[in-house]
Design a protein around this ligand. Structure first.
Ligand SMILES: NC(=O)c1ccc[n+]([C@@H]2O[C@H](COP(=O)([O-])OP(=O)(O)OC[C@H]3O[C@@H](n4cnc5c(N)ncnc54)[C@H](O)[C@@H]3O)[C@@H](O)[C@H]2O)c1
Ligand SMILES: [Zn+2]
Length: 384
């Protein structure tokens, strides 16, 4: 069990020449300004953000950046996944060109995962690549999308299809931003935190389940530890498999299912983390019926995740969607998941809590039963 909430407030992701530090702070924009000034002394800084985040934080941050003598400019795009596309990326390019951004200019992605992904894509492409800094403001972005260097925009024919592997120069995580993040978004980030425990670290899973209230109510030390440990675990995987040839796939635990649910809700009804939470229950059950996971571990996962299933299901639209899903539609969506390769749908199974494996093909009949199990949970909730 983790009692050890170490005070170290940064660590390095080791990727040779592409290595970079991740900083963990609380309410310390001075530190960010100093970092940018020291690291990129002659650069212009372009902070790509969205209108919602900008409305809350721009007026607070601007004076601090000015005080430190930075030459900066905000680029605010509309909020939402719908805008993570090439049209919006082009708007960013216009702003960069019109404001004389050059190859020394730095792009800072200041927002949730949508902003990190599109700002990173812009940074990777503009003048064949300019320095990029991640400053995540959602829990999901802090524990997942800001680390690892995947950047992308969506295409009409599929999510995240246009992108690159492009590592940031610095990741700067200030948990103060979580104070304005809605609880629904907090739970999405928490689902990914649970995922890291399930695939890589049994003790961390147990710790996160026990400390969920502290994390979700923003107890400083609990939040810091939850974020830092998640970043460490993700970094360890990325260090071994930067470009997702093999091991990195385990980070998709529950995601084959989750993507199908998200898609069937037209990416509007379910948020990503919510869909993944349902997906992890189905994937855990599938690991159990295929004799990998023992009874005790499976029960532990159920009892850790079920309270969140109930909370997520209290949303009317989600309840309607989840109670109306049909296996054949899910199966079709799973097949078309972009991670499906050559007809073989890989899926991530758990041998035990803390150890995941990539499986070559998903056993259809067993997967159908796992869906029936999930449906039963959903039905039980609906009737309660
Ligand atoms: N690159 C990767 O490795 C990776 C990994 C996981 C997810 N992603 C991507 O991340 C995106 C999802 O990220 P997300 O869940 O952060 O969604 P998001 O960026 O849409 O943010 C969720 C909502 O919270 C708002 N918000 C963000 N920070 C806030 C704050 N501090 N206060 C108040 N509101 C705030 C946003 O404006 C938005 O409305 C998806 O596009 C997904 O594809 C990428
Ligand atoms: Zn995810």
């Amino acid at each position: 069990m983790y009692n050890d909430q170490r005070r170290m407030n940064s660590f390095t992701v080791n990727l040779g020449q592409r290595s970079y530090p991740i900083y963990f702070v609380l309410d310390d924009m001075d530190r960010l300004a100093e970092l940018l000034k020291n690291r990129f002394p002659k650069s212009r800084v372009f902070l790509v953000t969205n209108e919602a985040v900008s409305a809350i934080y721009r007026s607070k941050i601007e004076p601090i950046l000015s005080l430190h003598g930075l030459d900066f400019r905000f680029i605010a795009i509309p909020d939402g996944e719908d805008h993570k596309n090439l049209v919006t990326a082009d708007r960013i390019f216009y702003e960069l060109i019109q404001n004389y951004a050059d190859r020394q200019s730095v792009i800072v992605g200041f927002g949730g995962g949508v902003i990190g992904d599109i700002a990173g894509y812009a940074a990777a492409s503009y003048m064949r690549g300019v320095p990029f800094v991640q400053m995540p403001t959602s829990l999901l972005a802090m524990v997942d999308s800001s680390v690892g260097g995947k950047v992308a925009v969506n295409h009409a024919l599929g999510k995240n299809l246009i992108g690159a592997f492009y590592q940031p120069k610095v990741v700067f995580i200030d948990q103060v931003f979580l104070r304005t993040l809605p609880r629904r978004e907090m739970i999405c980030g928490f689902a990914e935190i649970l995922k890291y425990g399930l695939i890589l670290d049994n003790d961390f899973f147990e710790w996160a389940v026990i400390n969920q209230k502290n994390i979700l109510s923003l107890d400083k030390n609990s939040v810091e530890f939850a974020i830092r440990r998640s970043c460490e675990l993700k970094s360890q995987v990325v260090e071994k498999d930067e470009k997702e040839n093999d091991l990195r796939r385990i980070l998709n635990f529950g995601h084959t299912w989750g993507h199908a649910f998200e898609n069937l809700g037209s990416y509007r009804i379910l948020k990503h983390g919510e869909a993944v939470l349902f997906g992890m229950l189905a994937a855990a059950q599938l690991s159990w019926v295929t004799y990998r996971l023992n009874d005790k571990n499976f029960e532990q996962i159920e009892s850790g995740l079920l309270p969140f299933l109930h909370e997520i299901m209290s949303n009317r639209e989600i309840k309607d969607l989840m109670t109306s899903l049909k296996w054949k539609d899910i199966w079709v969506k799973m097949q078309s998941d972009k991670k499906a390769q050559q007809q073989n749908l890989r899926w991530i199974a758990l041998n035990r809590i803390g150890e995941a494996v990539v499986e070559e093909s998903i056993p259809q009949e067993k997967a159908e039963k796992s869906f029936a199990y999930l449906q039963k949970l959903i039905q039980q909730h609906a009737e309660a």
